[in-house]
Write a protein that binds this ligand. Sequence first.
Ligand SMILES: Cc1ncc(C[n+]2csc(CCOP(=O)(O)OP(=O)(O)O)c2C)c(N)n1
Length: 369
Amino acid sequence: MNHETILKMGRYRELSLKDADPGVVKNLHRFMLRLRRCEEALIAEYHPADEMKCPIHFCIGQEAVPAALSVVIKPEDYLFSHHRTHGFYLAKGGPMNSLFAEMYGKATGASGGLAGSQDLSMPSVNFCSGAILSGATALAVGAALGFQRQKKKHVAVAGFGDGASDEGVFWEGLNYAALHKLPIVFVCENNRYSTYSPQFKRMASENISERVATFGVTARTVFGNDVMACTSMLREMVEGARAGRGPYFLEAFTYRMNSHVGPEDDSYVGYRPKEEFDFWQQNCPISLLEERMVEQNLLSAPEKEKILKKINSEIAASFEFAKKSPFPGNAEWSKLNYSRGSPLADQLLKDCELKEFNQNQADTIPGPY
Ligand SMILES: Cc1ncc(C[n+]2csc(CCOP(=O)(O)OP(=O)(O)O)c2C)c(N)n1
């Protein structure tokens, strides 16, 4: 599967609710609707008021993968994401009001108002993100190594885009994870573009997962707007990683509907063909699921209204919370997600040194070296 082959298939018809737990289906739907509405509300407020000073990378159109993760990962698992953070943050259980407060640079924000959208972290829910392309994949590999060493049954998930796989550090981390069979799931949302550069201008092969597989990693592709398919694949992968069969790589083909960054329309650049945009708009992950839910009597118009009402009041409360919260002062610096040393990393280094480092190693290598 790749973007070219997907465009040829027209309207996607394969989303199936067969054997699906109706409770899970409803959760997935609610999650996607909440994420979509929350981003639409942020977009509506972003410019007129100009109170949110940080750059924001919206993920409208890409709701299915975070929704799937929200039902398959556990609170003790860790999620490391790239700059397009909102979906992953909510998937890890980050509260909406701390997300909004972070956008406003307030002390009550997930990162104390000092990170903004693209570097958002919330240690209390094991969520961490960063704007350095593929940086989060390296952190996820480190966390997975820590879990393995400590014999913890936690899984590290790395969420990133196709552009992140252009970075060397991604392949180094992947190789290390494969070599040590680390409990990690790499989740690549392939939306075909790295800012304005299409995938076919950056890589000779349009399918990242085929290359990933050559590293000895179980790699699969999925139509990334089919939330049911994403959920079953991610469930299998997260459970596999937890059972020590990792690492795994999922390439989910999807599309962002907004500009690369900010709420403006960047179609004036002319980098995306209209037919391609229309295809993905017709295959919106929320409407694909809703269509099936209505067919199976899992959703009615009044039920949707009720869900939306609840979401809208959560959004209104989050705006109020964010706007009323104070800005961080100098006295708050000690509360930052920063430490001079990491007790976990220090311990890891000590363990490695004591148990594995062979100081006579050089003598065992036959010279000349
Ligand atoms: C090391 C590094 N190089 C370049 C950038 C600039 N940059 C920010 S986002 C981006 C494109 C990312 O594309 P992708 O990984 O596919 O994610 P998407 O934005 O499509 O979700 C680039 C090149 C960066 N943040 N870090």
